[in-house]
Design a protein around this ligand. Sequence first.
Ligand code: FAD
Ligand code: UDP
Length: 384
Amino acid sequence: MIDYLIVGAGLYGAVFAHEAAKAGKKVLVIDKRPNIAGNVYTEDVEGIHVHKYGAHIFHTNNTKVWNYITKFATFNRFTNSPVANYKGELYSLPFNMYTFNKMWSVITPDEAKAKIESQKKDYIVAKLAERGLSEGDEFIPENLEEQAISLIGTDIYEKLIKGYTEKQWGRPCTELPAFIIKRLPVRLTFDNNYFNALYQGIPVGGYTKMVANMLDGIEVKLNTDYFSDRDYFNSIAEKIIYTGPIDAYFDFKLGTLEYRSVRFENEVLDIPNFQGNAAVNYTDRETPWTRIIEHKWFEFGKGENGNDLPKTVISREFSSEWKPGDEPYYPVNDEKNGKLYNKYKELAASEKNVIFGGRLGEYKYYDMDAVIASALDMCDKVLN
Ligand code: FAD
Ligand code: UDP
């Protein structure tokens, strides 16, 4: 009899397995995929660590998590600074002085501010008039388009937000909630860093190696689906840590939780440099993909020994509708799915020997640092 069967070799499972083994527990990790690391899995292609399930940039303000994860990998100094390509015009992201200079040839923060303010003002006055209100009345944005223009003006909205957002969400900006865009930073400085995090980087050697270090000395069985022999797996362990989809655990008996999906088209190119940056967003409506990732730039184009790599690997990302059976990517945190999840959570509470954790087990839009924090909290609770 083992103490813990851990279903899923992603970050949640790996943190739990590592801590449980350290506490002297007998553990077994299984994963239905042929590889460890879950969605942070990086695959070696032409000496490049390809982020197979989507680009992953580690960023956190949580010092405890940073101190923990850096025990398993050295992180490089990668800083996320995507470039926007609008019909061949290139702009810096997030919106900052480089963006405003390119858009309007403004030089100083005051000039940029004046330009944004004047576009905002014209728009808000017109919208208030449409609503039968007068200038000076409060303008409350009712959808993403109104939120975006009242934050940053019409030019940036038209060139850098509208097309990208409509492709990503498959709906017009006038039908999307305002809150989606609140996350985009607007800076009157020359700062291209996409994240406002204290710590940021990519694990040297790839995420797979980092997770392998976490699982060092722990038995892992790959290509092993928990549901292929559920009774057997339940019989060998005192407790189960389940990091798969919570609805699948209950045979979808209350209904299916929905996800947003992404499709990747990967290409190996016989050239050393395709776009000169890890991420380029295509912000027009006509280009069918939302962005292209060129994986080698997460590690400055260098191989294991600091050598330049002759080839490159790119991934075009397409936003796609999710249907049952597809790879689940982003949980949809709307009211309908939230209610269904809460019902599954009640069922989960009655499974005394099972802990549901991680992005799929808790149906939460977790970043990597949050998943690690959540797993460490659980370890504190259950491992003495
Ligand atoms: P997962 O990594 O999904 O692991 C769950 C594992 O369980 C999988 O390996 C799966 O195969 C296995 N499993 C499921 N069912 C079974 C079963 N029945 N039997 C056996 N095994 C099973 N976070 C960031 O911080 N920065 C980013 O830049 C970032 N980018 C992202 C981009 C994309 C496209 C996506 C989708 C997410 C991104 N994230 C990012 C979030 C990050 O991927 C997650 O926080 C993290 O990977 C979640 O880890 P997890 O262990 O909970 O789940
Ligand atoms: N966004 C945009 N243009 C861009 C990048 C992002 O309009 O070039 C908008 C878009 O609506 C997107 C939101 O900002 O849904 C959040 O983008 P981010 O890349 O931060 O989120 P993620 O795709 O990681 O969820």
